[in-house]
Design a protein around this ligand. Structure first.
Ligand SMILES: [Zn+2]
Length: 393
C-alpha cells in the first residue's frame, strides 16, 4: 500500500498514481481517511457508482463501503439514492454520486480574455464568466476579475461549497506553484500569483501551467482517460502549449521548463520566435498562418507535414501511447487527418508507429477550467474528512 506522502505527490502531479492508489482501499481501521479518499476518488472519476461497483473498484468489503459512504454523505460530499431499474432480479442497487454543490473555481488568464468557471466535483462546468480584453491582462487585472467573477458565480449557484481555486497560466510556473516565472505572451515575469489570488479570494489557490492542466483534464474526463503515457499539443492565442504524461507522471523537468514543445526548433532557417530563437514549432504553425491558409490546400499540406515532423520527434522522446491535439492543432488535424497519420508513420523511429493513437482532444472550451479545477480538488480527494470547504456567502 502506498504511503500517504506518495499520494500527496501523486495528487499534485501524478494523477495516474493517485487514481490507482486511491482505487485500492485499505482494510486497516486507522487508514479510514485513506479509504474515504479511495471512495471519493472513485466516484469523482467514475461516478455515479453502485456500492457493488465501489466494492469492486476499491477492493474494500461491503460493510466497510457502507460506513464510508455514510461518512462521506455526512460530510456533504456524496448523496446516495436508488438507481433506475437495471433489469436484474432483486432489490434495486443504491447509487453513490458526488454532490454537485461541491465545486472548485477555475481561472484562466490569457492574452485575449479572462475566464473563470465553477466546476462541480463530477467534472461538470456549472457556471462561467468571460471578459474579453483588448490588451493582455496584468496580474492585478486577473485578480480583480477573479474576485468579481467568483462572487457572481457563487450567487448564480446559490451558495456552493468551494474546495479552492485553480489557475491555469500560459507560461512557466515554478515547481512549487508559487511563482509565474515567465508568461511571455502575458508579459508576466516573477509574479507571486498564487499568493495574490489567495489573499484576494480567501481560498486555497493552486497555480499551474495551462497545458499541464489541459492534459490533466483530458486524462481525467476526456480523450486520454486511462492512458498513462500521453503527449499533448495545444494551439491557442498564446502559441503552442505542450505537456507530457509519462508513466502517469506529469513531466515538469528540473525547474519547471519541461514540456515546452511549442519551442521545439523545427526549421533552422525559420522565422524569429517570441523566445528569440528561429523556427520554433509555434512560429511555423500558428493561428494567423492557418487562417490565411484556410483555402490553400498546398499550404495546409505543408503545415500538416510540419505538425507530423513535430509529432515524430516527440514519439522518439516519449514513446507515447497517444498524442492529443487541441485548439487550432486539433482543427488542422481534422482537415488533414490522413496526411498527418501517414507522415507520422513514415517518419517514425519506432517500428510499430501505427499503434500510436493520434486524436483530437475531447473537452473543447471546458478543458482548462476542468483541469484547473482538478488541481483545486486534489487536497479534498486526498483527505475528504480533513479538508474544509468554504461556504460562499
Ligand atoms: Zn520559440
Amino acid at each position: 500500500m502506498p504511503e500517504a506522502t506518495g499520494i500527496t505527490d501523486a495528487t499534485d502531479e501524478s494523477p495516474a498514481e493517485a487514481r490507482v492508489a486511491a482505487a485500492r482501499g485499505s482494510r486497516n481501521d486507522h487508514t479510514r481517511r485513506h479509504n474515504l479518499s479511495a471512495l471519493l476518488t472513485a466516484v469523482h472519476y467514475g461516478g455515479p457508482l453502485t456500492r457493488a461497483q465501489l466494492t469492486r473498484d476499491t477492493g474494500l468489503n461491503r460493510s466497510t463501503i457502507g460506513g464510508l459512504v455514510t461518512e462521506l454523505a455526512e460530510l456533504g460530499l456524496v448523496i446516495e439514492d436508488a438507481a433506475a431499474e437495471t433489469g436484474a432480479v432483486g432489490r434495486p442497487s443504491l447509487i453513490v454520486r458526488p454532490r454537485r454543490d461541491v465545486v472548485a473555481l477555475a481561472l484562466h488568464p490569457d492574452v485575449d480574455a479572462l475566464e473563470l468557471g465553477a466546476v462541480a466535483i463530477d467534472g461538470t462546468v456549472l457556471a462561467r464568466r468571460r471578459a474579453s480584453v483588448s490588451a493582455p491582462p496584468t496580474p492585478a487585472d486577473a485578480v480583480a476579475f477573479a474576485w468579481e467573477a467568483a462572487r457572481e458565480v457563487a450567487a448564480e449557484l446559490d451558495g456552493p461549497r468551494i474546495a479552492g481555486l485553480g489557475a491555469a497560466v500560459p507560461g512557466l510556473v515554478s515547481v512549487d506553484g508559487e511563482v509565474v516565472v515567465d508568461a511571455p505572451h502575458l508579459g508576466w515575469r516573477e509574479v507571486s500569483f498564487r499568493e495574490q489570488l489567495a489573499e484576494a479570494l480567501e481560498l486555497p489557490v493552486t497555480v499551474g501551467n495551462d497545458a499541464n492542466m489541459g492534459l490533466r483534464a483530458e486524462w481525467s474526463f476526456g480523450a486520454a482517460r486511462g492512458i498513462d503515457t500521453v503527449v499533448y499539443l495545444n494551439g491557442s492565442a498564446s502559441g503552442i502549449g505542450g505537456a507530457a504524461l509519462v508513466g502517469g507522471r506529469m513531466l515538469r523537468g528540473g525547474r519547471g521548463y519541461g514540456g515546452e514543445f511549442g519551442h521545439m526548433m523545427i526549421r533552422s532557417n525559420g522565422e524569429r520566435c517570441s523566445c528569440g530563437r528561429r523556427g520554433c514549432l509555434e512560429t511555423e504553425v500558428n493561428a494567423p498562418r492557418l487562417d490565411a491558409a484556410a483555402h490553400d490546400d498546398a499550404a495546409l499540406d505543408g503545415y500538416a507535414e510540419t505538425l507530423a515532423l513535430a509529432i515524430a520527434n516527440l514519439e522518439c522522446a516519449f514513446d507515447p501511447d497517444a498524442v492529443l491535439l487541441a485548439g487550432y492543432l486539433g482543427g488542422l488535424f481534422d482537415v488533414r487527418r490522413e496526411l498527418v497519420q501517414q507522415r507520422v508513420r513514415a517518419l517514425a523511429f519506432r517500428p510499430d508507429a501505427e499503434d500510436v493513437a493520434i486524436a483530437r482532444a475531447a473537452l473543447g472550451g471546458n478543458r482548462l477550467l476542468i483541469g484547473a479545477a482538478e488541481r483545486a480538488f486534489a487536497p479534498l480527494l486526498q483527505d475528504p474528512a480533513g479538508t474544509p470547504l468554504t461556504v460562499a456567502a
